[in-house]
Ligand binder design. Structure first.
Ligand SMILES: Cc1cc2nc3c(=O)[nH]c(=O)nc-3n(C[C@H](O)[C@H](O)[C@H](O)COP(=O)(O)OP(=O)(O)OC[C@H]3O[C@@H](n4cnc5c(N)ncnc54)[C@H](O)[C@@H]3O)c2cc1C
Length: 302
């Protein structure tokens, strides 16, 4: 298992910001991960799970504990023709293309989501009218309190819009069983490619970001449109800015701090509340020690 101390985390977040983790561990197998968590529990040390870091705002003040990064656990298996089993660290874009190459349909939506299978199960990641809930048959989950490994089926996972029943503070997704449908390979590849190209047209992919900042307040109200109508595309705090391409994307112009990003999030929430009377809730998770009060942004009512 790769291990290091006082490790800068900005490299492991798609936002390219974040201070140091006191310790970073990157297990390569479920056995290594289980051994590590047992050891941390014995020593009563805090630990945090990180996937691809594509939906997590890492504090510039760093993380006082062990960050367990899952991206080295990447095995894929197809024990049945329509069943793909993917380790938690496998990346969705790779998985979507792998499935397309096998003539399996169901993951076309995931090609532009730069996260891991574990993070995608936790967040019920979705796009282009589909989401993980439609393909996950079950997930193998370590319950860190009891040390037991259980198979949680689709109903147990309680998928809802950008959330699931998995609590990353006490549960770790080790792998997921994805039930796909056979189809014409060329057609599946075409849709996958179309979805990938659509991203390049509509999202600021040249700048470090964490995808959508806020959840849509309802199925017929898009956070991006509300922000755009409220004039948020002009907003900037230090080196963090709202993207001119997509008002629900915050970009790092280079050297942004988590404090600047949080200030921007507050302004975005305030302007939408002022203009539309709606409180936007962040989609992102946070990692590390923040001096600011996060509760008003994550739970508040503006
Ligand atoms: C350019 C861009 C486009 C995006 N587009 C979309 C989109 O279209 N749709 C969408 O839904 N999201 C999108 N996202 C957001 C993000 O990619 C997804 O939410 C993704 O599922 C997060 O996966 P991750 O591995 O990066 O998670 P991380 O950010 O690393 O973690 C997210 C949460 O999951 C937990 N976690 C991670 N792995 C595990 C595990 N194995 N077990 C338990 N807990 C775990 C973490 O502790 C954290 O709480 C986008 C992001 C970017 C940067």
């Amino acid at each position: 298992m790769e291990e290091s101390t006082d490790t800068p985390l900005w490299r492991f977040s798609t936002m390219k910001l974040g201070g140091e983790a006191r310790r970073l561990c990157q297990p390569q197998s479920a056995d290594e991960l289980i051994g590590l968590i047992e050891q941390l529990k014995r020593n009563s040390e805090p630990w945090f799970i990180l996937g691809g870091g594509s939906n997590t705002l890492v504090s510039s003040e760093g993380v006082n504990g062990t960050v367990i990064r899952m991206t080295q656990m990447t095995r894929l298996a197809t024990p049945e023709p329509e069943l793909l089993i993917a380790d938690a660290g496998a990346r969705l874009p790779h998985l979507a293309k792998y499935a397309a190459g096998l003539g399996l349909s169901g993951l076309e939506f995931a090609v532009g989501i730069p996260g891991t299978v574990g993070g995608a199960v936790v967040m019920n990641a979705g796009a282009h009218g589909s989401c993980m809930a439609n393909v996950v048959e079950s997930a193998t989950v370590l319950d860190c309190r009891s040390g037991k490994i259980t198979e949680m089926n689709n109903a147990d996972l309680q998928f809802v819009y950008r959330n699931s029943a998995i609590d990353p503070n006490t549960q770790v997704v080790l792998s997921a069983r994805l039930r796909l449908k056979p189809g014409p390979e060329e057609e599946i590849k075409k849709i996958t490619q179309h979805n990938e190209e659509y991203r390049w047209r509509t999202q600021p992919l040249g700048w470090p970001n964490l995808g959508s900042t806020f959840k849509n307040p309802s199925a017929d109200k898009s956070a991006g449109l509300l922000l755009d109508q409220s004039g948020a595309k002009q907003f900037k705090e230090g080196n963090a800015a709202v993207s001119a391409i997509h008002a629900n994307f915050v970009i790092n112009l280079g050297g942004a701090s988590s404090t600047e990003v949080l200030r921007l999030l507050r302004r975005m929430q305030e302007v939408v509340f002022e203009k539309h009377g709606l409180h936007l809730h962040p989609e992102w998770k946070t990692l590390g020690n923040f001096s600011e009060n996060l509760a008003d942004i994550w739970n508040g009512e503006s």
